[in-house]
Design a protein around this ligand. Structure first.
Ligand code: S3P
Length: 450
């Protein structure tokens, strides 16, 4: 999806309480990895609950371009007939990863240790994002990258014909970088080691183990040391993708700020590397309960019940938790607008290199809608106004960023005047059913700019 269609303006407005059950789509991180690891097995991997957002569809197309057979049988039900570790074919065409940083970085990783070349591109957002964080460690395996200035896409990766294993300490807390190195390590002989100072989402490690790779994680004074033994024969799997805690954040946060609301969001994966938002919201005084807490496929899962929370308080968010809620700061800043007092969010430099500069995009939109924000390079503070006091009334520029778009739609459910988007199209990258799902809870979102 490198070209962008006609913008779709959207407006949300107060429409009474939100009530009912919100079945959010499958996890985006796990969906990408299911397709990629399925392509790296010999045999048929079966996936149910796959997120059919544009980002994941672009990864499916890419896996086909590298030689895997990827088939949709029914909504969410897909199979991948893989080519095996080291079996990727050279694609005939440029690989277009659309809006997806996860897609492009993981795919670069898994082709970089095969003797093939591939050229990658994306939409205007992806083509601005830094890729050197991935191509630097891939060069250690023997791969070469030629892109635009400052390591931007479009970019060609020439895979290493004789890859060597790598020991790499990630300089930024990034699961995408960690995963790219691990996926490259699959086709290098011997042990590839990744060391991360702060734990980031560990889906790649869990899923590689599930597909039969030899992979261990040790906590040491250096950080988490992850060791993968190269050239395994991965075994095809049946995968049930859990629902996405990052998508659940939108109906949950909408319920917390909208008077009278009571929303149940079932079956949410609460892997500790993903669940930081929910700890933070509880510290702010959110009426958020985990019901039916259980284990599924080795992961903690619960049904989340969120009710209108009249006494939200601003807090200082623990920076040690940043990686576990990195995608949720935009919608947290909306909740913070409805809390009493300041919410200070330190240690979040990574927000500046997401689908948009998320501190800048949120600060601009919040200010336009009457909320004060202070910001620095790696922190920001939202000055909460309390329930009933958030003006709204402005149109926000979504900058090709799905989470900016959905965050401001959530704001409009509880602000005094409606909130509009210049373009709600990016929502489809991760949450294609956002509008009907929110409408079923009683929310009003119109496809118009007033
Ligand atoms: C993701 C990792 C995160 C996150 C992204 C998905 C993943 O990015 O923001 O939405 O699936 O590995 P970083 O690892 O770059 O922080």
């Amino acid at each position: 999806m490198s070209s962008h269609g006609t913008p779709i303006p959207m407006t949300s407005r107060a429409n009474g309480p939100l009530t009912g059950t919100a079945n959010v789509p499958g996890d985006k991180s796990i969906s990408h990895r299911s397709l990629i690891l399925g392509a790296l097995c010999v045999g048929r991997t079966e996936v149910t609950g796959l997120l059919e957002g544009q980002d994941v569809l672009d990864t499916a197309k890419a896996m086909q371009a590298f030689g895997a057979e990827v088939t949709q049988h029914a909504p969410g039900h897909w199979t991948i007939d893989g080519v095996g570790v080291g079996g990727f074919a050279e694609p005939d065409q440029v690989i277009d990863c659309g809006n997806s940083g996860t897609g492009v970085r993981l795919i670069m990783g898994c082709m970089a240790t095969s003797p093939i070349s591939a050229t990658f591109t994306g939409d205007a957002s992806l083509n601005k994002r830094p890729m050197a964080r991935v191509t630097d460690p891939l060069a250690l395996f023997g791969a070469q990258a030629v892109g635009r200035s400052q390591g931007r896409l479009p970019m060609t990766i020439v895979g290493a014909a004789n890859p060597v294993p790598v020991r790499y300490a990630t300089p930024v807390p990034s699961a995408q970088v960690k995963s790219a190195v691990l996926l490259a390590g699959l086709n290098a002989p011997g042990d590839t080691v990744v060391i991360e100072r702060e734990a980031t989402r560990d889906h790649s490690e869990r899923m590689l183990a599930g597909f039969g790779a030899q992979i261990t994680t040790q906590d040491t004074p250096e950080g988490h040391v992850i060791t993968l033994t190269g050239q395994p024969e991965l075994q095809a799997q049946s995968i049930v993708v859990p629902r996405d805690p990052s998508s659940a954040a939108f109906p949950v946060c909408a319920a917390l700020i909208t008077p009278g609301s009571d929303v149940l969001v079932p079956n949410i994966g609460l892997n500790p590397t993903r669940a930081g938002l929910y700890t933070t919201l509880r510290e702010m005084g959110a009426d958020l309960v985990y019901e039916n807490l259980r284990e599924e496929g080795g992961e903690p899962v619960a049904d989340l019940r969120a009710r209108f929370s009249p006494d939200l308080k601003g807090i200082e968010v623990d920076p040690a938790r940043a990686a576990s809620m990195i995608d949720e700061y935009p919608v947290l800043s909306v909740v913070a607008s409805f809390a009493e007092g300041k919410t200070y969010m330190p240690g979040v430099k990574e927000l500046r290199v997401k689908e948009s500069d998320r501190i800048d995009a949120m600060a601009k939109g919040l200010r336009l809608n009457g909320v004060d924000v202070d910001e620095g390079e790696d922190w920001w503070t939202v000055h909460g106004l309390g329930h009933g006091n958030v003006p709204g009334g402005a149109t926000v520029v979504t900058e090709l960023d799905h989470r900016i778009a959905m965050s401001f739609m959530v704001m409009g459910f509880a602000s005094n005047a409606p909130v509009s988007l210049d373009d709600g199209q990016p929502i489809a990258t991760s949450f294609p059913i956002f509008e009907p799902l929110m409408a079923a809870l009683g929310a009003q979102i119109d496809r118009s700019d007033t």
